[in-house]
Design a protein around this ligand. Structure first.
Ligand code: MTE
Length: 325
């Protein structure tokens, strides 16, 4: 997809999206046609819809318990104002440069303390999990926020397949690190020890709100948003929402994370949205809801756990949230 393609992409309503049964049938038909044409004999030219971006989703099941009621942030704002340091530190860099990243084929390795270590191909992910749409608030630690209809499936469903062992207490995630395609990683001003890493406690990872995400606004994720697969944990600051994941490990120790490595006094492992605990350099009591400008900052009060306290506060019972920020 060229950097300007999204501008011409129509906003597809969830209801208009091709049901999975239709595209699966279409794929089978294409395979059958290819086989009929003798193409499988050589094994290379089998007609499969290769471009991930051309695949249609299942019609997402709209789960009302996962639906923020505020207005959606426009697609344009959510996909042109991004953080993806692999492509640069300016908010416009990811939309400008992330198309250099090859996302097809894509493989995710799942290992560590699991009974069944293994790999998943993107095709397995897209066809092997029931995808649903969830409208979540998203709050960056830098105090901007948005409301996005993500498409994905609970992370717990993926982890269950690999059978985490009882001694597994945390999950570690890693992003693709491919210098040739990621200009930000080649920059001499790059401050991150690549690959980008994040982590969750096991109960956070297994929480029903925690979503492995493959799309937004009824479409596959554009590269700048973390194609083809990223994490969305709506009650935590944006930096926990690691993009373009290639590796997941179950561990018995709290994994090292990129931002903690860089500035542990500013970015904690938990990173739960909390208006009462300020960042050392700014307050977290307010946020700018995108689109936001100097003249129309669109300021809102930040909510505890980003408005998901009813669902997640008990995960942190008895913890000092100022200490475990
Ligand atoms: N994942 C990777 N691999 N690299 C990054 O630089 N930035 C994080 C997070 N995930 C980042 C990442 C930060 S700081 C934020 S706020 C969100 O992605 C931004 O997500 P968005 O660009 O889709 O809004």
């Amino acid at each position: 997809m060229s950097k300007d393609d999204w501008k011409s992409v129509p906003q597809i309503a969830s209801s208009e999206i091709t049901p999975e049964s239709v595209w699966l049938n279409r794929r089978n038909l294409m395979k059958a046609a290819a086989a009929g044409a003798g193409m499988t004999a050589v094994g290379e030219t089998i007609a499969q819809p290769k471009a991930l971006k051309d695949l249609a989703f299942k019609t997402p099941a709209e789960n009302t318990s996962f639906k923020a009621t505020e207005d959606l942030t426009p697609y344009e704002a959510a996909t042109t104002y991004n953080n993806f340091y692999e492509f640069g530190t300016d908010k416009s860099d990811p939309a400008r440069y992330a198309d250099a990243m090859t996302t097809d084929p894509w493989e995710i390795t799942v290992g560590g303390l699991v009974n069944k270590p293994g790999k998943l191909h993107l095709e397995d992910i897209l066809s092997g999990f029931d995808l649903e749409e969830r409208i979540y608030r998203f709050r960056c630690v830098e105090a901007w926020s948005m409301v996005v209809p993500w498409i994905g499936f609970p992370l717990s469903k993926l982890l269950d397949r690999f059978e985490p062992k009882a001694e597994g207490k945390f999950i570690e995630f890693k992003t693709l690190y491919r210098r040739s395609e990621m200009r930000g990683t080649r920059s001499f001003t790059s401050i991150i020890d690549w690959p980008y890493r994040e982590g969750l406690r096991m109960d956070e990872a297994m929480h029903p709100l925690t979503l492995m995400t493959v799309g937004l606004y009824g479409k596959t994720l554009p590269n700048q948003s973390g194609a083809p697969l990223r994490l969305i944990v709506p009650w935590k600051y944006g930096f926990k929402n690691i993009k373009s994941i290639v590796e997941i490990n179950v561990t018995d120790r709290q994994p090292k994370t990129s931002w903690q490595d860089l500035a542990p006094q500013e970015y904690g492992f938990y990173a739960n949205v909390n208006p009462e605990v300020s960042h050392p350099r700014w307050s977290q009591a307010w946020e700018r809801r995108l689109p936001s400008s100097l003249f129309n900052p669109n300021r809102l009060r930040t909510q505890m756990f980003n408005g998901y306290a009813d669902q997640v506060a008990d995960l942190y019972q008895g913890m000092d949230l100022a200490r475990y920020y």
